[in-house]
Ligand binder design. Structure first.
Ligand code: AP5
Length: 187
């Protein structure tokens, strides 16, 4: 199974991707996690990405695609993967489709988690208090939600147009949301 998880910041992509990874036994590939690891390791790429991430903007398509290509080429991704945080704009969407064509591994489904903005702001405030992620400040969250509406929402429209989008209600207990996602996956 090759699936993309879409949804606004704080909609639960990372949480649900980890649950799907354990249940489907395929890797969870998060471009946000890959970038945060590069920042933490202080690599040149991480240093370049840090300011952009702290401002809630998108890191350059080339950087993210390079990281994704490397990760998808790893052995454990041969049986499939859950992509979280990619693609985030229409250029990344085209790059993903070209990559998957090239390796002959077409995407099965894109799952969009639907969560109202008020609840997103509440969830992220909770995470900010618990974990102190640097891009979880109210101002940066507003910027991330704006980027999502302007650049990432059209990606969901694209997957809908090619018949690969399912939208799942992301409000409720973790297990409830998980069950809805599993029920929406293609056989
Ligand atoms: P990224 O790490 O992808 O962040 P994001 O999309 O903003 O998503 P979040 O991690 O904030 O939220 P999530 O949907 O995963 O929700 P979560 O499960 O954590 O990207 C960060 C930055 O990296 C970007 O801004 C950009 O700069 C850069 N970047 C990443 N990918 C890129 C790309 N492709 N191109 C360019 N730049 C890129 O849940 C949030 C909170 O809610 C948690 O505390 C969780 O416990 C809680 N929660 C989850 N589900 C529930 C529930 N059902 N009920 C109650 N609480 C819940």
């Amino acid at each position: 199974m090759r699936l993309v998880l879409l949804g606004a910041p704080g909609s639960g992509k990372g949480t649900q991707a980890a649950m799907l990874r354990d249940s489907l036994r395929i890797p969870h590939i998060s471009t946000g996690d890959l970038l945060r690891a590069a920042v933490k390791a202080g690599t040149p790429l991480g240093l370049q990405a840090k300011a952009v991430m702290d401002a809630g903007k998108l890191v350059s398509d080339d950087i993210v695609l390079g990281m994704l290509e490397d990760r998808v080429a790893e052995q454990d991704a041969r049986a499939g993967f859950i992509l979280d945080g990619y693609p985030r704009n229409l250029a990344q969407c085209a790059a993903l489709e070209a990559l998957l064509d090239r390796i002959n591994q077409p995407l099965d489904v894109a799952v969009k988690l639907d969560v109202p903005n008020e609840l997103i702001v509440e969830r992220i405030a909770g995470r900010a208090a618990a974990e102190g992620r640097v891009d979880d400040t109210p101002e940066t969250v507003r910027a991330r939600l704006r980027v999502y509406a302007e650049q990432t929402a059209p990606v969901a429209d694209h997957f809908a147009a090619i018949g690969k989008l399912v939208t799942v209600d992301g409000v409720g207990e973790l297990d409830e949301v998980f069950d809805r996602i599993v029920a929406a996956l293609p056989a």
